[in-house]
Design a binder for this molecule. Structure first.
Ligand code: C2E
Ligand code: CA
Ligand code: CA
Ligand code: CA
Length: 274
């Protein structure tokens, strides 16, 4: 029994080595990707006005085109970038790509995602505003979606950052609303303009009682003067119920998947997207 135990341990140990090795390679590769800037790509998911069905803007989403592993999603590399202290330069690459892509479309709204870690950097507002200025994009076209991935204290710092950007006309949204630490209480301290109702609530639509929850969220948001966007809309039925509940904007695979820059240009030129 003892020998078998040691055997298992040896196998476990070798497996751990491989896991650690893979992790170190991933860290090294992400550092290189942020350094060379070429592997970080940005895709754009359209957002539509629920009332008119018109395109109202796009949300920029990061992708990592790894030279050997192919496209890696942000759910994998954003947390790693946060850990490695790379989230600031990464966010700057995404913003730069996005500004370059949307600059030519007057008035098209752009949303970007930011983690609270990014907002804690004192230089954050300067970076945002100077990039917008570089591409001659009015700050009023930008909305920053805050994903509260960690329960961070020190909201005073982000409040100040948000204040500076709001003063310049930038708007803010709480992402994944209802899923995490965000709450209506927190909304009041943060001074946001919009909530993005988490996909889990949209998935539940059509089940008993779930429509009432969404309706309550939307009317509370409206009572506070906030706009509402539903994310992850996949079916006609969800779309119908959301419009009935008074949701302002819809986003999801039903309307459009995230598009590469070229496909976005074709969509906005009125041609076939794929
Ligand atoms: P998110 O901001 O909540 O973005 C929505 C995610 O759902 C995106 O995944 C999008 O591709 C996906 N999605 C959109 N519509 C549908 C749908 O109808 N069905 C389903 N199943 N999925 C849908 P993605 O692109 O993998 O992004 C994941 C998360 O990574 C984002 O969640 C966001 O929190 C984060 N993220 C993405 N780009 C950035 C970035 O540049 N900076 C930061 N800090 N975070 C980012
Ligand atoms: Ca988002
Ligand atoms: Ca999110
Ligand atoms: Ca989400």
């Amino acid at each position: 029994a003892k020998a078998a135990g040691r055997g298992r341990f040896a196998i476990f140990g070798r497996h751990m080595d491989e896991v650690l090795q893979a992790r170190r390679e991933m860290e090294r590769d992400l550092r290189a990707a942020v350094e060379n800037r070429k592997e970080i790509e940005t895709v754009y998911q359209p957002v539509y006005d629920a009332g008119t069905g018109q395109l109202s803007g796009v949300e920029a989403l990061a992708r990592w085109r790894h030279p050997q592993k192919g496209v890696i999603g942000p759910d994998v590399f954003i947390p790693l970038a946060e850990e490695l202290g790379l989230i600031q330069p990464l966010g700057q690459i995404v913003l730069h790509n996005a500004c370059e892509t949307v600059a030519r479309y007057d008035g098209l709204k752009l949303a970007i995602n930011a983690s609270l870690l990014e907002l804690h950097a004192a230089s954050y507002p300067i970076h945002i505003l100077s990039t917008l200025a570089q591409f001659q994009i009015n700050p009023q076209r930008l909305e920053i979606e805050i994903t509260e991935s960690q329960q961070l204290d020190g909201s005073r710092i982000s409040e100040r950052t948000i204040g500076v950007l709001r003063q310049a006309g930038v708007r803010f949204a709480i992402d994944d609303f209802g899923a995490g630490y965000s709450s209506f209480g927190r909304l009041q301290d943060l001074h946001v303009d919009r909530i993005k109702i988490d996909k889990s609530f949209i998935d539940a639509l059509g089940q008993t009682g779930s429509g009432a929850v969404i309706e309550a969220m939307i009317s509370m948001a409206h009572a506070k003067g906030l706009q509402t966007t539903a994310e992850g809309v996949e079916t006609e039925e969800q779309s119908r119920l959301l419009r009935l509940a008074g949701c302002d904007q819809l986003q999801g695979y039903l309307l459009s998947r995230p598009l590469a820059g070229e496909a976005l240009h074709r969509l906005l030129a009125g041609g076939p997207v794929v």
